[in-house]
Ligand binder design. Structure first.
Ligand code: TXA
Ligand code: MG
Length: 359
């Protein structure tokens, strides 16, 4: 296959002709990567089992890991979903279009190839205008996982998509850097109270403000690595950088001192060290490949750059990475969920490192 055609546009200057072409490609069963407000998606016609199979093949994704169906108007739910509970309608009113995915019982219109064999379907109405127009031109139902090769960090720039999938898909719509940078919050409405299956920009409190009690799937809490998460995709060790990543926790000054100590030791031992820090701490480090992820007072910046930084470390071939932790007030849970997975849950206390204790 020839390399994917890349077309550029912004939400303010849509290229209508290219969007129509993308819609045609999707209707014919082809694959188009496109920007959303969360991460780039790899789109295929959600009602076409062959298109879904192609998506799995392109990503190298296990076929039991279901896809999210993207829609561009609320009315589109009727065809693919058996019943929409009142609470889900309320949450849709508050957060759609937006970074929210909801799970419902599916109708027969949705092929099992799209849902990984499940009788339920995940649905999202993205707010990115490029995505919205493309979905309409494609007939209204676009299945789209994140547009990365399975196991790599989700793409937040079109270049990431090009790198992973440029050789195996038809078209890439480059809409620049995404806004949020972490995948959507997934809430399961086939149970009551509804349950968060994947944390995202919309946190538990934000959902509870609208619909009352919301639980969190015990399988996604770090302490419960023995419980199987309900969202099949959450069981995989995603986002793993090639280097060994460790998260350092503690008071800011202690974390800085501990990372400095580890970076010095590893550098002396001939290792190439990467460090993930923030604007607030960047000056504290001297040795290593120092990557400033964002500003702690603007937590969105941290979320937006996480995956990009993990990819950069892969390109720079570092051997070990030390990261500060980012338990920021709103998106912190989602950020740390992804960072913990990238680290294979390796966390050390700054205190222990400074007092010379081994892990
Ligand atoms: O922000 C997002 O959601 C992005 C953009 C492209 O929209 N998409 C995305 O898709 O993150 P993906 O395929 O990378 O992640 C989908 C997650 C997986 O963990 C999958 O297991 C879960 O959603 N999922 C999908 N359908 C499900 C279902 N019926 N029941 C439980 N989990 C489901
Ligand atoms: Mg993904």
């Amino acid at each position: 296959m020839t390399r994917a055609r890349v077309v550029r546009m912004t939400e303010d200057h849509l290229d209508d002709k290219a969007l129509r072409e993308a819609g045609e490609i999707l209707k014919r069963g082809g694959l188009v990567a496109f920007p959303t407000e969360t991460v780039y998606g790899l789109g295929g016609n959600a009602l076409d089992p062959e298109a879904s199979k192609k998506i799995y093949a392109a990503k190298g994704r296990p076929s039991d890991n279901p896809l999210i169906v993207h829609i561009a108007e609320i009315g589109a739910l009727d065809r693919i979903v058996k019943n929409v509970p009142e609470k889900a309608k309320k949450l849709a009113d508050a957060w759609w279009p937006g970074p929210l995915t909801m799970i419902f019982d599916k109708t027969d219109e949705v092929p099992l190839e799209t849902t990984g064999g499940l009788d339920t379907v995940a649905v999202r109405f993205p707010s990115n205008k490029i995505a919205m127009h493309m979905i309409r031109y494609a007939g209204g139902y676009v299945a789209a996982p994140s547009a990365n090769t399975s196991g790599r960090p989700s793409p937040t720039l079109a270049e990431h998509v090009e790198e992973d999938l440029g050789g195996v898909i038809d078209m890439i719509i480059d809409g620049g850097q995404v806004d949020i940078g972490l995948e959507s919050t997934i809430i399961d409405f086939t149970v009551d109270p509804p349950a968060i299956l994947r944390p995202g920009y919309i946190n538990r409190e934000m959902a509870q403000e609208v619909i009352g009690e919301v639980t969190v799937d015990p399988g996604i809490l770090p302490a419960n690595s023995n419980i199987r998460p309900k969202a099949p995709g959450m069981k995989y060790r995603h986002y793993a950088p090639k280097a060994d990543l460790t998260i350092i926790e503690g008071e800011p000054e202690q974390v800085e001192a501990a990372i400095r100590k580890l970076a010095d030791e590893q550098t002396k031992a001939g290792k190439k060290v990467g460090i993930i820090c923030t604007d607030e701490s960047a000056e504290a480090y001297k040795t290593g490949d120092i990557h400033d992820i964002g500003n702690r007072t603007e937590e969105e910046t941290i979320a937006r750059h996480l995956y990009e930084i993990l990819r950069d470390f892969d390109d720079e071939n570092v051997d070990v990475i030390y990261s500060e932790s980012f338990y920021t007030p709103k998106i912190g849970q989602a950020i740390m969920n992804r960072l913990m997975k990238a680290a294979g849950h390796k966390v050390r206390a700054a205190e222990d490192i400074l007092s010379g204790q081994n892990q």
